[in-house]
Write a new protein. Structure first.
Lengths: 287, 407, 297
């Protein structure tokens, strides 16, 4: 028997340059990661410095002592905005997801003549520049008394969130086999029952995607928030802008408040990133 | 679909002689093994020697490693142990780009954004063949395969059969030393498959390129291959001509896998120069090596080894048909024996792999069921006693433990 | 009648959404156009009709024609091209699979979870243009690395291209998204296709160029459309970054200030309508094309 060479790798046969290419790749990826994390680094070390140590010029220096004082300073200013955002973003995301689920189901599995056209019309709503509806919205919200409180803001987020949630659910429900729907029909289920007993049971992942996406979107919104609320009902983005908006504000407060304001959405991103990514992909339409 | 009528074949042969090149190389696999991440051994200690210009088929149930072997020859899988030679060159660590092989994939893998012409010219382009030569070769192959009207189309605008031909054309145009084909016919409908099979054989006669063909269909293997390699669980069972596989299978698996309809099996005992099974006893031919044996065996008989009663020198069996299949000129008669069905790993693997073109009946009892082929004019009826004769020279005996052939 | 009963309930279920969107999207859009053709100025809405006067006035408006339009064009160009290039490169780097791919992807994508306000606040300090003793932010990093000559005034510069500096935070936010799109596109190419190209003799770069790249066109189109429309709509980022700086004014900013600060509602509506037209010219064909492609499958 001829001598058998030792066992080799499991993958593809590699060219002699493969190792150099791989090293170069890792270097590039790492460099890019540094670029992306650089602002976070500045943010974190500034927020964690004691107020007296903070100075714009020494932005990049590591703190001598870690301190949470900055948070204590800005939290009272942000607390109201934080609460408002929570009270606004949660209901808005739940409601627009529910409606989106219904819409998505009808548009994919219980179609009517012109359903595709209706979908295109709905979709367009996602892409319009909000400037083009700002003035009428301002008028309507003012006349109906909805301006100033949170209800108007929630309503607006629900309605303008419909296109993306509809898109998410429509794509998702498109994956249900037609035969399953037909079996339900033959078994005597009408549209509502098919929706409740066939579509909804498998919908939780899509709900996660839609709600996370909508929550992030509503939490991060500024335009509607600043237009439609009064001072006591400002969402956190507006509060943040007021604290840290002008450059005359202490640097440490600006960074600490920015960090606090981002915390919830970042937490969602870190813990539930998978669903976040799927929402991303849905927004690209073409799969 | 292109038909190869005689005059057309003659003119194509003349055109094709400009295609055929005596560059065909032999392939040699030495103790080749493949282990995947996770410890799965897809191929074990494979030794295979393929002659230049030969058309060989790798066949076996799914998961037997045949595609893996093909991909290792192509360079798409790294070889874990052993060596592969193309001609006299050791290509074991060679990149697929450098090996002079062409491959037809099961899904055809046509470049979707290129026209048929560009698809076929791609390999030549990559190797730096000058434009004029590229065009000439593509035109010649397109003519041979009847692809001329399709040259400016994209793959999406082609039917399955047309795509298959383009995939073949792409391989032929390269004039490689070896053709590799990974189940290229499995996505075609049955009728098309038969036609293309014949074309493949004719193509091989004309071009004379070494070809390694992978399939799970044993009928395809038998009709196409000059020699056939039967694989199971990563190991080579037997590498021989179709006739040799049919007449002299080396083990139970090969015997059960090859041949349509499949061989009949029953547990038996050999003693005193006779084989006894299910209440029957048949005398062994005096020159049989098992004449003095005294042991348990598995007896195998092909359906075609039976005949109507009264053939000289043949043993007689009294049976009762339970199913009769009329096929016009002949019929298949099924009867049960008073003995348990042979159910070993080997037979199960073989029968599972045979696929839908075999009329496999699920016995409702655990009794051995035999299939025999009989002439259509023989009077018989269901449930009525029938005498058939059996050629004692065409009995196969297998070791019940190892499955290897005894005689 | 029976057919109506078949799909009627579906239509009914979706009706509230359709009605809401009909009002809040199409109704408001139309209303906005109507306002743009009035002479509303001040607190009380005017209901007269002045045709296209406001639009004509915009053409003569220095702030609009000299700052807004060129700025948004420059910004869009730099932002879109920059994000496409960097996003593409990131996707190419990750395509073959690396250990820690998920970590890298999370790092590149997390800025999308942050509001533009926070992004603006952070980057405003990073792009601070203090000099000499008060050099800080990126300028300081550059100085520390010995690249003092690369120091920039960023968006506070008097150059025409000042607004391009804001493409940096915008790109930071959205490049990860582009990367995801390209990566999904690349991974959608069946491995067998690449294998066929390898067997055909193509080296890895050529495999990418001839096999993968042509299949990325739809992804590229999606990315361009989405990025461009986001770029035109962007308001928060500019608002929080440097809203009073007229050199980096944009139509979106102008619309806001002229309407809600200055009271020039009609003019604001006109600017908004122009923005709408700009967005519609790319979005409408895109939606139509997407829905049609989907039908074909």
């Amino acid at each position: 028997m001829t001598a058998v060479p030792p066992a080799r790798g499991h993958g593809r046969i590699r060219s002699p340059w493969a190792n150099y290419v791989t090293t170069a790749r890792y270097l590039a990826l790492f460099a890019l990661a540094c670029f992306f994390l650089m602002p976070v680094y500045a943010l974190l070390i500034t927020a964690l410095k004691s107020p007296s140590e903070v100075s714009v010029v020494r932005m990049w220096q590591w703190p001598h002592a870690l301190s949470l004082d900055n948070f204590a300073i800005v939290w009272p200013k942000l607390r109201e905005g934080f609460t408002n955002s929570v009270l606004m973003a949660l209901p808005a995301s739940v409601l627009s997801s529910l409606l989106g689920a219904a819409n998505g189901f009808v548009l994919s599995k219980w179609r009517f003549p012109g359903a595709d056209f209706a979908f295109a019309l709905i979709l367009f709503g996602m892409f319009i520049p909000y400037q083009a509806v700002l003035i009428p919205m301002f008028q309507v919200m003012s006349y109906s008394g909805l301006r100033g409180g949170l209800y108007g803001l929630i309503l607006v987020h629900v309605i303008y969130g419909l296109p993306i949630t509809t898109l998410i659910f429509r794509s998702y429900f498109a994956g249900i086999s037609e035969e399953l729907i037909e079996a339900a029909k033959v078994d005597g289920a009408g549209m509502l029952r098919t929706f409740v007993f066939v579509a909804l049971p498998i919908a939780p992942p899509a709900f996660a995607v839609a709600m996370i996406w909508q929550f992030t979107s509503a939490w991060n919104d500024f335009l509607f928030g600043v237009l439609l609320t009064n001072k006591d009902r400002w969402p956190i983005t507006v509060a943040l802008n007021n604290i840290a908006g002008s450059q005359a504000v202490p640097f440490n407060e600006a960074m600490a408040s920015a960090l606090l304001a981002c915390l919830p959405t970042l937490l969602v991103y870190v813990l539930l990133g998978r669903f976040f990514m799927r929402g991303l992909m849905a927004g690209a339409l073409k799969g | 679909m292109m038909s190869m009528s005689e005059p057309a074949a003659a003119t194509s042969a003349a055109a094709a002689s400009s295609l055929a090149r005596p560059r065909a190389a032999g392939i040699r696999l030495e103790q080749v093994g493949k282990r995947f991440r996770g410890g799965v051994d897809a191929v074990r200690e494979l030794d295979l020697a393929i002659e230049p210009g030969e058309f060989i088929v790798l066949v076996g149930p799914s998961g037997c490693g045949k595609s893996t072997v093909l991909r290792m020859i192509a360079g798409l899988e790294e070889v874990t142990s052993g060596r592969i030679f193309l001609g006299s060159d050791d290509i074991t660590s060679e990149l697929p780009q450098r090996r002079d092989v062409a491959m037809v994939f099961q899904s055809y893998a046509l470049y979707p954004r290129m026209t048929v012409r560009k698809n076929m010219a791609f390999g030549l382009r990559m190797r730096g063949t000058p434009r004029a030569e590229r065009d000439r070769r593509v035109a010649a192959v397109a003519r041979t395969l009847g692809l001329e009207p399709l040259l400016e189309r994209r793959p999406a605008a082609l039917s399955g059969g047309q795509r298959q031909r383009v995939a073949m054309g792409r391989a032929i145009v390269r004039e490689p030393r070896v053709f590799l084909m990974d189940e290229p016919l499995s996505n075609l409908d049955a009728k098309l498959r038969v036609t293309v099979r014949a074309q493949l054989t004719q193509l091989h006669h004309r071009l004379g390129v070494t070809t390694v063909y992978v399939t799970h269909d044993q009928i395809e293997a038998m009709t196409l291959g000059q020699r056939v390699a039967v694989l199971r669980d990563g190991r080579l069972q037997q590498f021989a001509t179709p006739q040799a596989l049919f007449r002299e299978p080396v083990n139970l698996f090969v015997a059960a896998f090859i041949g349509s309809p499949s061989m009949n099996f029953v547990s038996a005992t050999i003693a005193g120069g006779q084989v006894r099974f299910a209440g029957h006893a048949i005398a062994l031919p005096p020159d049989s090596p098992l004449v003095t044996a005294d042991r348990e065996v598995i007896l195998g008989v092909r359906p075609t080894a039976f005949g109507p009663a009264g053939v000289a020198g043949w043993a007689e069996l009294a049976v009762k048909p339970v199913v009769i299949e009329e096929l016009g000129d002949e019929r298949y008669v099924f009867f049960d024996l008073e003995a348990p069905r042979v159910d070993t790993e080997a037979t199960r693997a073989a029968f599972d792999a045979r696929g839908s073109d075999d009329a496999l009946l699920l016995p409702d009892e655990a009794r051995a069921r035999f299939t025999v082929r009989l002439p259509a004019d023989l009077p018989l009826a269901l449930g009525q006693a029938l005498t058939v004769s059996l050629d004692p020279r065409r009995l196969y005996f297998f070791d019940p433990r190892t499955g290897s052939t005894l005689a | 009648m029976r057919r109506l009963r078949a799909w009627g309930p579906g239509l009914l279920l979706i009706a509230p959404s359709l009605v809401a969107l009909a009002v809040f999207v199409y109704g408001f859009l139309g209303w906005n156009i109507r306002v743009s053709m009035s002479s509303w100025r001040g607190l009380a809405p005017a209901h007269d009709f002045v045709g296209l006067d406001n639009y004509v006035a915009l053409l003569g408006d220095v702030r609009f024609t000299h700052y807004d339009v060129p700025n948004i064009a420059i910004f869009t160009l730099v932002f879109v091209i920059g994000s496409l290039v960097v996003g593409f490169v990131m996707a190419v780097l990750l395509d073959r699979g690396v250990t820690g791919e998920n970590v890298f992807r999370s790092v590149y994508l997390f800025p999308m979870a942050i509001s533009f306000i926070a992004t603006a606040i952070i980057w405003r300090w990073l792009m601070d243009n203090g000099g000499g003793e008060s050099t800080t932010g990126i300028n300081q990093l550059l100085a520390d690395a010995g690249l003092e000559s690369w120091r920039s005034d960023w968006f506070k510069s008097s150059s025409r291209w000042a607004i391009a500096a804001i493409a940096l935070p915008a790109g930071w936010s959205l490049t990860g998204y582009v990367m995801s799109l390209f990566l999904a596109g690349m991974r959608g190419v069946p491995e067998e296709l690449r294998e066929a190209a390898r067997v055909d003799g193509a080296s890895e770069p050529r495999v990418f160029w001839h096999v993968v790249r042509p299949m990325l066109l739809p992804v590229l189109m999606s990315a361009v459309v989405i990025l461009t429309h986001i770029s035109l709509k962007t308001f928060d980022l500019f608002y929080a970054m440097d809203q009073k700086n007229i050199k980096i004014d944009t139509p979106a900013l102008y619309m806001w200030f002229t309407t809600f600060d200055g009271g020039f509602y009609a003019r604001g509506a006109a600017i908004a309508t122009l923005l709408l037209l700009g967005v519609a010219t790319i979005i409408v064909p895109y939606i139509w094309y997407s829905v049609r492609e989907e039908r074909r499958k």
